[in-house]
Design a protein around this ligand. Structure first.
Ligand SMILES: [Zn+2]
Ligand SMILES: [Zn+2]
Length: 81
């Protein structure tokens, strides 16, 4: 059996992040939920709900799938995490 070098990778999942329009703090949508910006709240006591979505494919929990062997490869996740 030939070992697969996983050369045909397709991105199947990229984490959606949200960036605060006031302090530019970036949080994962999962982490944030429907909450206000924790940074603005800590700094100014303001409950800030103004966020913009950031599509992050370079870091975080991007997941690739090898088209040849079907194995899933997580990118940007440190070993042991
Ligand atoms: Zn493969
Ligand atoms: Zn903020």
């Amino acid at each position: 059996m030939e070992s697969c070098r996983h050369l045909s990778l397709v991105l199947v999942r990229s984490e959606v992040k949200r960036r605060c329009q006031h302090c530019q703090l970036v949080l994962s949508a999962e982490e944030l939920g429907d909450s206000f910006c924790p940074e603005c709240y800590e700094e100014k006591g303001q409950r800030n709900y103004a966020f913009e979505n950031v599509k992050d494919t370079t870091e975080g929990k991007a997941l690739y799938l090898c088209e040849d062997c079907g194995v899933g490869i997580a990118a940007g996740v440190p070993p042991g995490a």
